[in-house]
Design a protein around this ligand. Structure first.
Ligand code: AMP
Length: 436
């Protein structure tokens, strides 16, 4: 199946070919025709599935069918984080290079005036985070009367981050006649309530459950004392000559502390979390992508949606509070057919969390040890890997391993199908509200 056989115009197909994509991913196979048909769409899809192109390509085609008459925007894409907004905007620019569509992005943490100027010039596609969009609306810098298509990207994370009130305010301002696309990794009751009020007889789209034990992500655990974690991480970075490793910590403070210690140890590192200015976050990500920073230390929310191509290595410096976040984290590696490694440094006090993760992914992670770093307090060696079917159905089964063979570049192998969107569950919502 090719992009052109899905009904996309030659200009849009050329833009995908420029990116090196020859085959549509499973989510694209389903979402592109659905969006082109003009219907509302409810899609269960995570970052890493190719979802951005899944809604952007058909959206661009629908807009290209008629020219803009006013200042726009004609399509509004809402995302939870600034980084994701910037990435989606980059994708829109890439895919729209051969069509006369103008895109802009607005998010908080940076000056509002340049964003106002851009909007004044007119825009077809506006990518925005909800808070800044409301600010711009209240300052009369944007109007919504021309919006034909609304996309809520990573809707579950938007709700987790407390954007529901802004979203509802924005929805109330949009023209009643419009196409709505809702993308979410999970379908909690909160998301379903939102979807019921928003979507009109939606086409449901979902890719087959992605196996968290994907063969192309090698996962392992280093039992180690908390006090030894930084030294062990430094050693692993050096011994393995890792040039690009994403490290997760539970807290912003922990991310800062670890970054400083690594820097002191002569390993270039940068932290990315919600307390950093937008400039600092963008810079850290750019330096990391450019290979100027070896270690990017991130909290869960800040890392959500980061599209860093072919990330070979992810390290959990601390395990996440919510087992499902483990699946999100390791999904940063082994993407788009590449192989990856996910390592967790686990201290004895995290034994329960590890057991929760292993229950969720229905697999015991292999333990490794490093000479000189053996823990004084041991982890239980064989936690009961009791399957818990109620948990295994939610976030996890929609998780981030992608089941593609290693070394098969730029193509998606999984088959579409599986459960219908909306039946997934969201477990562990409370724990997700950690600050980024
Ligand atoms: P997303 O889920 O939108 O964050 O996309 C994940 C990654 O897959 C991005 O790096 C995209 O550039 C890439 N991608 C999107 N569509 C395809 C495709 N059809 N074939 C190969 N890679 C793709």
């Amino acid at each position: 199946m090719s992009f052109s056989s899905l009904g996309l115009s030659e200009q849009l197909v050329r833009a995908t070919t420029d990116q090196g994509y020859d085959t549509p991913s499973p989510i694209q196979l389903q979402a592109i025709p659905a969006v082109l048909s003009g219907k509302d769409v409810m899609a269960a899809a995570q970052t890493g599935t190719g979802k951005t192109a899944g809604f952007t390509l058909p959206l661009l085609q629908r807009l290209a069918e008629n020219p803009r008459t006013g200042k726009g925007p004609r399509a509004l894409i809402l995302t939870p984080t600034r980084e994701l907004a910037a990435q989606v905007h980059d994708s829109v620019n890439l895919y729209s290079r051969y069509v006369p569509t103008k895109a802009a992005v607005v998010f908080g943490g940076v000056k509002i005036n340049p964003q106002m100027m851009k909007l004044r010039k007119g825009v077809d596609v506006l990518v925005a985070t909800p808070g800044r969009l409301m600010d711009l609306y209240q300052q009369n810098a944007v109007r919504f009367n021309e919006v034909e298509i609304l996309v809520l990207d990573e809707a579950d994370r938007m709700l987790d981050m407390g954007f529901i009130r802004d979203i509802r305010k924005i929805l109330a301002l949009l023209p009643a006649k419009r196409q709505n696309l809702l993308f979410s990794a999970t379908f909690s009751s909160e998301i379903r309530t939102l979807a019921e009020g928003l979507l009109n007889n939606p086409v449901q789209v979902e890719v087959a459950a992605r196996n968290t034990a994907a063969e192309n992500i090698k996962q392992s655990v280093y039992p180690v004392d908390q006090s030894q974690k930084t030294a062990l991480l430094s050693k692993l970075v050096r011994d393995n000559s890792w040039d690009q490793v994403l490290v997760f910590t539970r807290t912003k403070h922990g991310a800062n502390r670890l970054t400083q210690k690594l820097e002191k140890d002569g390993i270039t590192a940068a932290a990315i979390h919600g307390n950093k200015s937008q400039g600092a976050r963008t810079r850290a990500l750019a330096d990391f992508k450019a290979g100027e920073v070896r270690v990017l230390v991130a909290t869960d929310i800040a890392a959500r949606g980061l599209d860093i191509k072919q990330l070979p290595q992810v390290v959990n410096f601390e395990l996440p509070n919510v087992p499902e976040d483990y699946v999100h984290r390791i999904g940063r590696t082994g993407r788009a057919g590449e192989s990856g490694h996910a390592l967790s440094l686990v201290s004895a006090d995290e034994g329960k969390m590890l057991a929760g993760i292993e229950r969720l992914i229905k697999k015991q992670l292999p333990r490794k040890s490093m000479e000189g770093f053996e823990p004084t307090n041991n982890l239980p060696l064989k936690p009961k890997a009791k399957a818990d079917p109620s948990k295994a159905r939610g976030r996890s089964s929609n998780g981030s391993g992608n089941g593609r063979p290693a070394g098969k570049p730029r193509s998606f192998g999984a088959k579409p199908g599986g459960r219908s969107a909306g039946r997934g569950q969201s477990s562990g919502q409370q724990g997700r509200r950690q600050s980024a």
